[in-house]
Design a protein around this ligand. Structure first.
Ligand code: FES
Ligand SMILES: [Fe+2]
Length: 418
C-alpha cells in the first residue's frame, strides 16, 4: 500500500491540529479512491447490519463495505461469514437479491458457483464439451475463491473488515463505546422497517453532521420547539481514544422549563425558539425510560460508517454507504426487541416519524450536507472552522463543542496518512 503523500489534501492541511479542515477533502476523486483503499478496505470495522436479519443457516444479505458490494451470510454451523459480491470469473455481481437463503451462490453469467465461505466449488464446462475446450489442466478452483471478509458481532450488530490486521472488535471500540452499544441492544432484536435515503453530499459531511451537537438545537426546529434536545439539558460527549467513535447523550428535564431558565437560548434569538406551539398528538413526545437511566437521547458513532441512535423510544441503526465523491446512501434500520409489548412497538413506530428522509428532526440533515457540497467550488485552498469547545478531541461534559468532529479527523488522518 502506498505511503506516499498525495495532493492536494496534504499540501492543504494547514497544521497538525484538528481545528481546520480542508474543503478539498469533500470533492476530490483521488481522496475518494484513497479512502476506499486505506480506510474502508483498511484496518477498520464497518457495520454491515444486524444479526437478526439473517437468523438461519444459509440466510444472506447483500450490502456494501464502503462502496464495495459484499455478501453477509450465515453458515451451516450458524457462524457469520462475508465476502466480496463479485464473481471471480469476469467480475459480475454474484448475488443480486437484497435478502435470501442459499445453499450455494451461482453466478448468473457463466454459472460458476461458490459455497458459504466463498470457495469456488463449480465451473461450468470445466472439462470442455465433447472432449474439446474447457479450462487448462493446471486450473485450480482453490486459487479462485472470493475475497473474504473478517466478520465480528457485538450485541447483535455485525461488522466486517477486508483487512486481517484489524484489531479485535471490542479493542477497536474501547470499553465506553462497547458499554453504550450494549445499552441500546440489551436483548434479542427485531427489525421494524427500513428506509434508504440518498444524500447529495460526500459521506464525511454526513458523518461530521452526526458528530455535531452544536447544530442540533439550532437547525432542527422540532428539537428545540418541543424541547427534545437543548444543549442546556443534562448530558455529555464521550470520545474514545482513537477519536473516531463517539457518544452524545442527554436527559429530558422532567420539569417544564420556565421562561428565563434558558437565557443562552433566549440571547441567541434562534428561529427555532418558540413557545407558542403544541402537538395534537402528545404521545409522540411521551415515552418510557426503558433503559432505566433517564437518558432520552443517545447518538453513537463507530468509525467509519455506523450511527446508532436512540431518540426517546425510537431505536435505529444507520449505515453510511459512500456512492461516489458527492453522493451517499444512508440506510436506516428501525429496530425494537423481540419481547416488546404492543404499546411499546406502536410507540417506536410513532416516534420513527422523528427520523428518516422526511423525519421531523432529521430531514434538515439531508439538506445541509447538500448546501455544503453545492458551495464547494469556490473553496480552493480554504478550510472550515472546527474550534467550538477548544482544539482537543476528548470527552466533554458540555455539548456546546465540536470535539467529536475533531476526533473524526484525528482518526481519519491517521488511517489515511495525511
Ligand atoms: S462472470 Fe461469473 S461465471 Fe462468468
Ligand atoms: Fe442533525
Amino acid at each position: 500500500m502506498s505511503q506516499a503523500p498525495i495532493n492536494p489534501a496534504t499540501a492543504l492541511w494547514p497544521n497538525d491540529g484538528l481545528t481546520r479542515v480542508p474543503y478539498a477533502l469533500y470533492d476530490d476523486q483521488e481522496i475518494y479512491d484513497r479512502e476506499r483503499q486505506r480506510l474502508f478496505m483498511g484496518p477498520t470495522w464497518n457495520v454491515l447490519g444486524l444479526e437478526c436479519e439473517i437468523p438461519n443457516p444459509g440466510d444472506y444479505k447483500t450490502t456494501f463495505l464502503g462502496d464495495v458490494p459484499v455478501v453477509l451470510v450465515r453458515g451451516k454451523d450458524g457462524s457469520l461469514k462475508g465476502f466480496e459480491n463479485r464473481c471471480a470469473h469476469r467480475g459480475a455481481l454474484l448475488c443480486l437479491e437484497r435478502f435470501g437463503n442459499a445453499k450455494a451462490f451461482t453466478c448468473i453469467y457463466h454459472a460458476w458457483s461458490y459455497d458459504h465461505d466463498g470457495n469456488l466449488t463449480g465451473v461450468a464446462f470445466q472439462n470442455g464439451v465433447k472432449g474439446e475446450g474447457g479450462m487448462p489442466d493446471d486450473f485450480r478452483r482453490e486459487d479462485h475463491g472470493l475475497r473474504r471478509l473478517k466478520v465480528a458481532a457485538l450485541a447483535g450488530l455485525v461488522f466486517g473488515s477486508f483487512d486481517a490486521r484489524v484489531p479485535p472488535l471490542e479493542e477497536y471500540l474501547g470499553p465506553e463505546i462497547v458499554q453504550r452499544i450494549r445499552r441500546v441492544l440489551p436483548r434479542p432484536v427485531k427489525v421494524l422497517g427500513y428506509y434508504t435515503q440518498t444524500l447529495r453530499n460526500n459521506w464525511k459531511l454526513y458523518f461530521e453532521n452526526v458528530k455535531d451537537p452544536y447544530h442540533a438545537s439550532i437547525l432542527h426546529l422540532f428539537f428545540t420547539t418541543f424541547r427534545v434536545n437543548r444543549l442546556s439539558q443534562t448530558g455529555g460527549i464521550i470520545v474514545d481514544d482513537s477519536g473516531g467513535h463517539h457518544v452524545s447523550y442527554s436527559k429530558l428535564d422532567d420539569q417544564p422549563e420556565q421562561k428565563g431558565d434558558d437565557r443562552d437560548y433566549e440571547a441567541a434569538i434562534l428561529r427555532a425558539d418558540h413557545d407558542d406551539f403544541g402537538l395534537k398528538e402528545p404521545a409522540l413526545l411521551g415515552g418510557r425510560d426503558e433503559f432505566g437511566d433517564g437518558i432520552t437521547l443517545q447518538i453513537l458513532t463507530v468509525f467509519p460508517n455506523l450511527v446508532l441512535q436512540q431518540v426517546r423510544n425510537n431505536l435505529v441503526m444507520r449505515q453510511i454507504v459512500p456512492r461516489g465523491v458527492d453522493q451517499t446512501d444512508l440506510v436506516w434500520i428501525n429496530y425494537g426487541f423481540e419481547d416488546d409489548d404492543e404499546d411499546l412497538a406502536d410507540l417506536r413506530l410513532l416516534q420513527s416519524n422523528f427520523i428518516g428522509p422526511a423525519g421531523y428532526i432529521s430531514m434538515e440533515d439531508g439538506a445541509v450536507g447538500d448546501f455544503i457540497q453545492r458551495a464547494l467550488p469556490g473553496t480552493v485552498g480554504d478550510t472550515s472552522i472546527v474550534m467550538m469547545g477548544g482544539d482537543e478531541a476528548a470527552s466533554s461534559a458540555s455539548r456546546a463543542t465540536e470535539t467529536s468532529i475533531r476526533g473524526f479527523w484525528k482518526a481519519y488522518r491517521k488511517v489515511m496518512n495525511i
